[in-house]
Each structure stands twice: as structure tokens, then as C-alpha cells.
Write a protein that binds this ligand. Structure first.
Ligand code: ADP
Length: 213
């Protein structure tokens, strides 16, 4: 069981890489951005509260994001009852055992406070975050990629002004999370410029070395 946080600025490709890794290693993939966008799409109470915040490119409050994450860690793990005391990741469903090899979290943590909360959540689950993969991409390439994506993503937060704000917030609030993880020795920085497959290969090398050990 290996639990990974994938980390990177908007446009770094963390969602793309997280999808590829989830597929290859049979990880649960939890994206806080996707969870929030789903709430907006479904027009839930939470969705209505967060839509304007996301459209501005601001961070959604910890209470909301943490509860979505907590729920996803329990429910997506195949267990029907989120309050059950059983290990949610080792439960058989419809006679077919599903034991994911771990999980990959993208979009969380974005602040040092969220990083501390994540440790707490995982301690409660008797699990630990083994690896933090930071995908490093130069700023001008990030901007170019998000502009490209904006034409096809239809994301309401992919406009010029909001993109700049999201990148600034990343520098101010999220970059310090890397220092938090660096001191714990679990941080690996990967060159994320260039092709998707190249970045993916570099991340897989790191994960494979952990799995073999
Ligand atoms: P990106 O990395 O391109 O900004 P995400 O899909 O990770 O895209 O996030 C989109 C938006 O969702 C963020 O700008 C923010 O408003 C909200 N969001 C996602 N994750 C978090 C989080 N951990 N804390 C607060 N807000 C979040």
C-alpha cells in the first residue's frame, strides 16, 4: 500500500499524471478540484457555495474541502458505510475483492494547514503518506499550457486574470507546503516540462523503486 500526494502549480499536469498513475498502479485517485467541480455541476448546497470562489481562483474553505476529501477516502474505497469501523480499503464488494494498491491525491494539500490536516486524516486511517511528487514546470510554460487548455477545457477559472491569480496563490500559499514535506524526506521533485510520457516515465521510476524496496 503506497499513498502519494501529487503536487504542482496549475498547468503542471498533476491531474493528467494522477490519472495515468491511478490506471497503471490501481490507485484510488482523488482530485479535490474534480470533487468540487462535481458539486458545482450537481448544484448541491456545497456547489452553490463554492462556485463563485472557484471562478475567482480563490481557495475554497478547509471545512468544505476536508469533508469532501474525507468522504472520498472512505466512499471511493468501495465501502458502503462511511461510519463503519472496518478497514474501508479491504472490503469485498459483490464477491469481488477490490484492494487498491494505494491512493493518489491531487489538489490537496494547498496550504501548510491542509498538509497537517492530511497527516491527521491518514493517522486516523492507520495509513501514511509515503511519497510527495512535486511536478516542476517553468512559469512561462505553465501560462502557455493553461491558455491552450482554456480553449478546450471550458473551465470557468481558465481566464487570463484568474489564471494569474491562481499562480500567485500557488506561489504564496502552496509553495511553502513543499518545505513542510522536504524536511520529512518524502519529497521528490520531477521535471514536468516537455512531453506527458516523459514526465510519467520519471514519476514511475520513483514509484517502482519504492514498490521494489
Ligand atoms: P488547478 O491546479 O489547475 O488550480 P484544481 O482542479 O486542482 O486546478 O483546482 C481548481 C480550484 O478548486 C482551485 O482554484 C480552488 O478554487 C479549488 N480547490 C481545489 N483544491 C483545493 C484545496 N485543497 N483547497 C482549497 N481550494 C481548492
Amino acid at each position: 500500500m503506497i499513498n502519494i500526494v501529487i503536487f504542482g502549480a496549475p498547468g503542471a499536469g498533476k491531474g493528467t499524471q494522477a490519472n495515468l498513475l491511478a490506471e497503471r498502479y490501481d490507485f484510488l485517485h482523488i482530485s479535490t478540484g474534480d470533487l468540487l467541480r462535481q458539486e458545482v455541476r450537481m448544484q448541491t448546497t456545497v456547489g452553490q457555495r463554492v462556485k463563485a470562489i472557484m471562478d475567482r481562483g480563490d481557495l475554497v474553505g478547509d471545512d468544505i474541502v476536508v469533508s469532501l476529501l474525507d468522504r472520498a477516502l472512505r466512499q471511493r474505497s468501495t465501502h458502503p458505510d462511511p461510519d463503519s469501523q472496518e478497514d474501508p480499503w479491504d472490503v469485498e464488494r459483490k464477491g469481488k475483492p477490490h484492494r487498491p494498491e494505494g491512493c493518489i491525491i491531487d489538489g490537496f494539500p494547498r496550504t501548510v494547514q491542509q498538509a497537517q490536516t492530511l497527516e491527521f486524516i491518514f493517522n486516523k486511517l492507520n495509513r501514511k503518506i509515503n511519497l510527495i511528487v512535486a511536478i516542476d514546470v517553468p512559469r512561462d510554460e505553465l501560462v502557455r499550457r493553461i491558455h491552450e487548455r482554456a480553449t478546450i477545457s471550458g473551465r470557468s477559472d481558465d481566464t487570463e486574470e484568474v489564471i494569474r491569480h491562481r499562480l500567485d496563490l500557488y506561489d504564496e500559499q502552496t509553495q511553502p507546503v513543499l518545505d513542510y514535506y522536504r524536511v520529512s524526506g518524502r519529497l521528490t521533485t520531477i521535471d514536468g516540462s516537455g512531453e506527458i510520457s516523459g514526465t510519467n516515465g520519471r514519476i514511475c521510476q520513483v514509484i517502482d523503486s519504492l514498490i521494489v524496496r
